[in-house]
Design a protein around this ligand. Structure first.
Ligand code: NAD
Ligand SMILES: O=C(O)C(=O)C[C@@H](O)[C@H](O)[C@H](O)COP(=O)(O)O
Ligand code: ZN
Length: 372
């Protein structure tokens, strides 16, 4: 993917608008992009990465930035969902204080959604908020790096402790994706097809038809998928930054998905895997509520084409999942809100879903595993 020409999209948020630059070879040009985005070079920057990504890309980013006149310190956290914790957050704040980060400093997240959410939460709270730059290295992070939701987990619920803090820049070097393990490729494609399922039937069908190319990381297909996914997300965030209404649709599959992650124990399911099961459940619920015929079957075919899980193990405790879902951030004034598809490419924000209908769908997803 080395010679891909960079494409720039914009998240339109008035004075806080920012570019998403997608292309090959961008890490080496990071200093120029940071300068264009207005990141000053008199105060130290802190790069946060994880112990899988750092050996692959940290030195390149550090030398690109220091060669371009920035002072850089780095902090490497253990890879995986467990690092989205208050303990690791506190370690990073300590590192930032010791390294002398001030209110003109920026924090850069070099990695996937875990590093992005964690480093972003540090940036959003350190000295009440300093600049933040996303340097995503996973497919899934086409979603997580855009939109400014940053958080760590509580043992009882995902993303429970966080803020909205938009980055100054998303610098998406697609060359880094070549080293992604296949399971992470599949998990990332779940959020890509989600953007089609909530907003754009044509894009959902494109993901389905191009599943083998996406799974093989074929550059042309992958870059198109990432650009379209980012563009849909940017459009939604620009219209409703703080999830007062429309933005909730980005949560398709997440009410159950987050519950699966918490109940199974963080890290057992990858985020994308859990939300794939959640999207299968949502489609079944949608069809039962009068959605278009074939909605569930077609959604299953799309998810299966991307080699994503669509069933639950028999021993997953339904009541534990129901209890975890009550802690969702969409639970308000005693009512659970679900994102329910009515057709491929269209969803409704429903606050009238009966809890027993959800229990029934969960049970049926378990039965499906037996019969498949
Ligand atoms: N803030 C948001 O809007 C948002 C959106 C979606 C997901 N998320 C969050 O994102 C997280 C999941 O993100 P993720 O799937 O990117 O997980 P991740 O950050 O854990 O990365 C996945 C794995 O791949 C490794 N890795 C990353 N880049 C690599 C590369 N280029 N080469 C080789 N290995 C690499 C990582 O070390 C990790 O082991 C979850 O915590 C989820 O809640 C947030
Ligand atoms: O950006 C959003 O809004 C999303 O809902 C995107 C999701 O893919 C993402 O997993 C997000 O972190 C979930 O947010 P939460 O508010 O349900 O924790
Ligand atoms: Zn998600």
């Amino acid at each position: 993917m080395r010679n891909a020409t960079a494409k720039t999209l914009t998240v339109e948020l008035g004075e806080r608008s920012y570019p998403i630059v997608i292309g090959g070879g961008l890490l080496d040009r990071a200093a120029d992009y940071l300068r264009q985005a207005g990141v000053p070079d008199k105060s130290p920057l802190m790069i946060v990465s994880d112990d899988n990504v750092a050996p692959l890309y940290l030195e390149r980013l550090e030398s690109a930035l220091s060669g371009g006149g920035y002072r850089v310190v780095s902090a490497v956290v253990p890879a995986g969902e467990q690092s989205k914790s208050l303990t690791v957050y506190n370690d990073l704040v300590t590192r930032a204080i010791e390294a002398g980060l001030d209110r003109s400093s920026a924090i850069l997240a070099l990695g996937g959604g875990v590093v992005g959410d964690l480093a972003g939460f540090v940036a959003g709270t350190y000295m009440r908020g300093i600049r933040f730059v996303q340097v995503p290295t996973t497919i899934l992070a086409h979603d997580s790096s855009v939109g400014g939701k940053v958080a760590v987990n509580h043992p009882l619920a995902k993303n429970m402790i966080g803020v909205f803090h938009q980055p100054e820049l998303v610098l998406y070097d697609v060359d880094t994706l070549n080293t992604l393990p296949p399971r992470e490729v599949r998990a990332g494609l779940a959020e890509m097809v989600k953007h089609g399922l909530i907003w754009d039937r044509e894009f959902a069908e494109w993901c389905w038809n191009n599943a083998p190319r996406l799974l093989d990381l074929e550059p042309e297909a992958l870059i198109y998928g990432l650009e379209r996914g980012c563009a849909i997300k940017a459009q939604i965030v620009s219209r409703d930054e703080r999830e007062n209404d429309l933005r909730a649709i980005l949560n398709l599959g997440h009410t159950l998905g987050h519950a699966i992650e918490a109940v199974a124990g963080y890290g057992r399911y990858l985020h994308g895997e859990a939300i794939a099961v959640g999207m299968a459940a949502a489609a079944l619920l949608g069809e039962e509520r009068g959605g278009e015929t074939g909605l569930y079957a077609e959604t299953m075919l799309m998810l299966r084409a991307l080699e994503l899980p669509v069933t639950l193990p028999e021993d997953m405790d339904t009541e534990a999942l129901m209890a975890a879902m009550q802690r969702d951030k969409k639970f308000r004034e005693g009512r659970m809100v679900y994102i329910v598809p009515s057709e491929i490419g269209r969803v409704e924000i429903a606050s009238d879903v009966d809890a027993d209908a959800v229990r029934d769908v969960i049970e049926r997803l378990k039965e499906k595993e037996e019969s498949s």
